[in-house]
Design a binder for this molecule. Structure first.
Ligand code: A2P
Length: 283
């Protein structure tokens, strides 16, 4: 598995297994164990997914050494502000049953983002987190917060796929050595994308499926991908993307698919409040 060096020197496996919407108490446990068996060494969870404890248990029971698995979690909006975020970090560690996390993100960019970020910086200094980052920051949101941070985030996890390539955002992140992590890297199973003739032709040429071509394109663009699948064959197959390479001309063809728009607009009015109301993870 290819690894990427982040701007703080920490190495992250380029493909991760995401557990959004998988229930705790068994299902996440089994899914993570299966993913580790299939070769994944990077698991992406969040406090708001409410399944950190299953992730931790699966990693412990897998027999794989803790330092061979890269664990990401995220702080939820309810725990923003310095003091609450400090507690939030400890709660994630407790739920995971781990003494450190490899990467911890500010899940959403609303409320006291600066205070929460300061708590992540301090937790990093204290050895509780190896790398810190943000999520769902558009160029405008990034520019409104990050210039005030003392530490540049290592990643920004956003929606990204060939129909929404985040080119404006990448122009801001690249010079600062910040990696983009893609959620919905397959366009959330967008049938049009998976059946796109450029994608299908490349899949045929390389003997791969459409999803593998899309993920390969993203990896070759320097993006960390978190593909989702419930199908055991595809879960395994989505890791099997390191034995072929798209040519520069083919990368150009894929770049031309960009429509510049996704499903989620972090700048839409009221999004922060809506998210906070929808996900109450504690009193
Ligand atoms: P399935 O669970 O049946 O594999 P995203 O990661 O962008 O959210 O996309 C997830 C969707 O893409 C799911 O519907 C999943 O369906 C589908 N999918 C996952 N891997 C592949 C693949 N290699 N080829 C085609 N579709 C895929």
């Amino acid at each position: 598995m290819e690894r990427i060096r982040l701007n703080d020197g920490v190495e992250i496996p380029a493909v991760g297994f995401g557990v959004f919407m998988i229930p705790n108490g068994g299902e996440t446990y089994r899914a993570v164990l299966d993913a580790l068996k299939a070769g994944y060494r990077h698991i992406d969870t969040a406090a708001a997914y409410m399944n950190e404890s299953d992730v931790g248990k699966a990693v412990r029971d897998s027999g794989i050494k803790r330092d061979e698995v890269f664990i990401t979690s995220k702080l939820w909006l309810q725990d923003y502000g310095y003091d609450a975020a400090k507690k939030g970090v400890n709660t994630s560690l407790k739920n995971l049953g781990m003494d450190y996390m490899d990467l911890y993100l500010l899940h959403q960019p609303y409320g006291d983002v600066e205070g929460a970020w300061k708590a992540l910086e301090d937790a990093k200094k204290a050895g509780k987190i190896r790398s810190i980052g943000v999520s769902n920051m558009t160029p405008k949101i990034w520019n409104s917060f990050v210039p005030r941070f003392s530490t540049i985030p290592s990643v920004n996890q956003v929606e990204c796929n060939p129909y929404f390539q985040q080119s404006e955002l990448r122009k801001i992140l690249d010079p600062q050595g910040v990696r983009l992590e893609a959620w919905y890297p397959l366009g959330h199973g967008d049938k049009g994308l998976l059946a796109n003739e450029t994608v299908v032709a490349l899949a045929k040429k390389y003997g791969k499926n459409a999803g593998q071509v899309i993920l390969r394109f993203e990896i070759q663009s320097g993006i960390i991908v978190l593909p989702k699948s419930t199908n055991p064959e595809r879960i395994k197959g989505n890791l099997d993307i390191f034995d072929f390479e798209l040519s520069e001309g083919e990368m150009e063809q894929m770049r031309a698919l960009d429509k510049g728009k996704g499903t989620h607009d972090p700048e839409a009015p009221g999004v922060g409040e809506m998210l906070l109301n929808n996900y109450r993870i504690h009193e």
